[in-house]
Design a binder for this molecule. Sequence first.
Ligand code: SF4
Ligand code: SF4
Length: 338
Amino acid sequence: MQKVTLGKTGITVNKNGFGALPIQRISKEDAVCLVRMAYDAGITYFDTARWYTDSEEKLGEAFEGMRERVFIATKTGAADVETFWKDLNTSLTNLRTDYIDVYQFHNPAFCPKPDDGSGLYEAMMEAKAQGKIRHIGITNHRLAVAQEAVASGLYETLQFPFSYLSGRQELELVEACEQAQIGFVAMKALSGGLITNSAAAYAFLAQYENVLPIWGVQRKHELEEFISYIEHPPVLTKEREQLIAGDREQLSGEFCRGCGYCMPCPAGIEINTCARMSLLIRRSPSKSHLTEQAKEMMKNIENCLHCGKCKGKCPYELDTPTLLEKIMKIISGYWPAR
Ligand code: SF4
Ligand code: SF4
């Protein structure tokens, strides 16, 4: 079984973390069952967030009476100190615990530091001194914020998107974390559904000893797939290398990762789905993408106000309105005539 140690935290876990965002979409009973199935298979790192609706409550129920056997990471999107404490106390209640192993700032637009005027980092230190949190982490989608967090020496873990579609700068971030002994938690290892070969995704990440991928799972068969890799980890065969090279070629350049940070759109455009529609249709063909409802959703792109708000918020610096127009043209022929 491959293991990973998160920097200086002393947290050593199976090299498969559980991303608990998707369990907010299933019943409490099913979620508890899924989470316990992961634990029984050897997974002990569970990552959730205050923003993931009832995900924390479901983890709380799943680990009642066995809290000390797992590591729980959660996040706060607080922009002020009052909200920070409110979030932390709510998370502790939901998770039915008196401590959180890794408490993370959830994708802040800036890197919180002592004396920056926000008081957020000081609140983290106070929470740690009180024993309510054990380690301070940060998650981000913006390279500049992540780089600043690593350079600051203030964070024990960094959570950042990392997959075989990542570029040179993300690889440098992984290396910088290794050198600084900061735990690297990889989110979006399947690039928001664009990577359809989980074995290739797994084999790629397995090369990086300091990286802990967290797999967002919602269904039993998805979890079974990752569990099977614990005993039989996929390796980078020639075929997988070719597949990765093909995907990199097909998806190189500008593509939407579906993170949703550009939302909401004043025209009601579902940007994070619309901007990926052509890729989703091509890479994971499914009738569910070609419904009348989806057609209407795409048609709404015509109502774009060109306000530029989305473009300014995209951490990948995409020219989102132009991308949407391009995609609209590409997919217009996909829907069958009525
Ligand atoms: S530019 Fe268009 S898509 Fe972007 S936020 Fe404005 S209205 Fe929405
Ligand atoms: S356009 Fe950018 S911010 Fe919006 S969903 Fe796609 S990657 Fe995320």
